[in-house]
Design a protein around this ligand. Sequence first.
Ligand code: SF4
Ligand code: SF4
Length: 353
Amino acid sequence: MDKEWSEKNRQMQSMIRKKENFEEGIGILLDLRNDLFAQIRSIVNTYPSEAFYQIPFAKAEGFHSKTLVYSMWHIFRIEDIVAHTLIVNDEQILFTERWLEKTKSPIITTGNELKGEEIAEFSKQLDVKAVYGYCKAVKESTDEILKGLKFEDLKKRFDEEDRKRLIESRSVSEDESAFWLIDYWCGKDIKGLIQMPFSRHWIMHIEAMRRIKNKLCLKARKGADPVAFCGLSCDHCFLKDWCGSCRTRYNTCSYATCCPDNICTNAACCREKGIDGCYECEELDECFKGFYGNGNDGKAVKALALFIRKYGKKQLISVMDRLHERYDFKKIQEIIGYDVEEGLKILEDNRQV
Ligand code: SF4
Ligand code: SF4
């Protein structure tokens, strides 16, 4: 489990147990939920639409054997049902503001009953942006419920009436792979529900989403040019396990994801000029656009582009192999230093001629 998330979850659990720390504990829970939701937001903003219905771990057991959009639907359907039908006893968010219509979902259940290809088919039918909007609305609504909780509420338990209401909502499938959820939720007090589904359930599914997206990036990079437009060698980049490269539709380079509309200036500029990379551009020496304006990291990458201009991409890859054999480093900037010319010289010194 992600260390930071698991530590926040542990802290929150221990704090809400004591009345004097309860409010601070709820604050940590809200913080954790914000961190986790930022992951979903980033995936929705940066991945191509096809990514949301792929099942790269189709044969696996576990939360990662689903799709990205199924995971979103499932996390927030469960939360919506538990928060509104079970705890507050009011209308679920799905049935407000036309969310059911907007998401285009053919089901109102949690999706537990779906298997394999059914998950992929279901995912294809969903409008991803609308599902994200629904998730956000559920999160915000639950956050308000959590803020309104008092220490004394934690021990509140549920009775037969509550159980009956859940069944009558038809929000949980009668299939045995889903129906157990009703007894599971009704067997917990509010403190137990804070863990499942309001925190730990998110962590488990969002970690699974990370595995899914990373696998999709790796698949996308197979066969793609391993040198990026700016001159970086993708196979040597410390982010290679989760970036799909700017040469593919899975461009999740950390620099690109910070650019407006996730379009990296260098990649866009090369495409506009119709060149293979900045190393083919006559303005390279004087250029501070995009990543080249990014302090020392930018200088190091510019040295890579200058090296490619002189010796070609193949030579750069073999120099990078050699540097990684010789030194233990993450970012190329750690080797190249702070000066473009000196950086170029270091690369040249590591050529095998
Ligand atoms: S900075 Fe831009 S050009 Fe370089 S790897 Fe990232 S997206 Fe590609
Ligand atoms: S102007 Fe700069 S960013 Fe654009 S292609 Fe040339 S070197 Fe790359």
